[in-house]
Design a protein around this ligand. Structure first.
Ligand code: IPM
Ligand code: MG
Length: 368
């Protein structure tokens, strides 16, 4: 029987409760499809700081290194302990560190608005067309997030200067462009590359390299769009997009905007992939929504983003396409049958039932 080792890092806020539901669903697929998942829990984020005074405890990093993939919850509680310096806080010390450590340069964020959730989309129905279905491909280990120099200096007299640096090299742009073109080949064959080539050196290089890589994918239609226009086009005519290719920070911003079009951040999974080694790709899978501390521990969170992240893991890291599809259709089924967590609930919708995290997870696991 094929065995896969998974590091499960639930983290903070709603992380543990949505992770519990994803594991429940994974266990159901394991039974049905006959493979074995060895799932090892490890603390991260504030949970890591509480456990070992480090957002990414050594033991957690060890477990990740010995695993085939990481299933991640979420980290970061803005109001907890301001005395912990910024470099040691979970966002940088755990999340960004893991991205860098495992070379997870390709972040895939698929946004899909199911027809039955049209009411949860902030756009008027006529703008939703036949449905919104966008894949944001975000570069994840370069750009302003990691570029050096990066620091804040004292200018004296109580004044400071903060510096972040945007840096990209040709190979960094090439490898993420290939990921985006390949994804487009499997979809509607349209790629919109986002940049700021009218102002930034980075934008000019980005556009040149993406255009060159595009020559190898003649069946994919390539367009370029400035990021400000891209942000506007997303709300004016989101149906024009198939795959959007973005550098790190533009992708951070546009993927949240796109997620809102998909009904709720609570529905958006993501896959962060490193280089492929033989048939296996080490990956890091997480919901895009964050820790949502206001609703944590109340059985209110939508577990779907975490559950769909687990499906992406089965597909991209283990090649278990059937099992991944089974999870995705179980999610669709739960929604079509009228189950709604608070984020996608509307009192005006007929025949729906407002449910908590557990009931939603149980329903999805039962259909798998
Ligand atoms: C995301 C998040 C992170 C990012 C934060 C938590 C560091 O917003 O994954 O989109 O900016 O990359
Ligand atoms: Mg973000």
């Amino acid at each position: 029987m094929n065995t896969y080792n998974i590091a499960a890092l639930a983290g903070d806020g709603i992380g543990p409760e949505v992770m519990r539901e994803a594991v429940k669903v994974l266990r159901a697929t394991e039974k049905r499809f006959g493979f074995k998942l060895v799932i090892t829990d490890a603390p991260v984020g504030w949970a890591g700081i509480d456990f070992a005074k480090k957002a990414l405890p050594d033991i957690t990093l060890d477990i990740c290194k010995r695993s085939d993939s990481i299933l991640f919850g979420s980290v970061g509680l803005p109001d907890r302990d301001p005395t912990i310096p910024k470099e040691e806080r979970p966002e940088r010390a755990a999340l960004l560190r893991l991205r860098k450590e495992f070379g997870l340069f390709a972040n895939l964020r698929p946004v899909k608005l199911p027809k039955v959730l049209a009411h949860a989309c902030p756009l008027a129905r006529e703008r939703q067309g036949e449905g919104i279905d966008i894949l944001v491909v975000r570069e994840l280990t370069g750009g302003m997030y990691f570029g050096q120099p990066k620091h804040t200096e004292d200018l004296g007299g109580g004044q400071q200067r903060a510096i972040d640096t945007m840096v990209y090299t040709t190979p960094e742009i090439e490898r993420i462009a290939h990921v985006a073109f390949k994804a487009a080949q499997l979809r509607r064959k349209k790629l919109t590359s986002i940049d700021k080539a009218n102002v930034l050196e980075n934008g000019i290089l980005w556009r040149e390299v993406v255009t060159r890589v595009g020559k190898q994918y003649p069946e994919v239609q390539l367009d370029h769009m400035f990021v400000d226009n891209g942000a506007m086009q997303l709300v004016l005519k989101p149906t024009q997009f198939d795959v959007m290719l973005c550098e790190n920070m533009f992708g951070d911003i546009l993927s949240d905007e796109a997620a809102a079009l998909g009904g709720s951040l609570g529905m958006l999974p993501s896959a962060s992939l490193g280089a492929t080694n033989g048939s296996r790709t080490f990956g890091f899978y997480e919901p895009a929504g964050g820790t949502a501390p206001d609703i944590a521990g109340k059985d209110l969170a939508n577990p779907i983003a975490q559950i769909l992240s687990a499906a992406l893991m089965l597909r991209h890291s283990f090649g278990l396409n059937e099992a991944a599809a089974a999870i995705e259709s179980a999610v669709e089924h739960a929604i079509e049958s009228g189950l709604r967590t608070g984020d996608i609930f509307s009192p005006n919708e007929p025949n729906v039932r407002r449910v908590g995290t557990r009931v939603m997870g149980d329903a999805i696991a039962a259909v798998v």
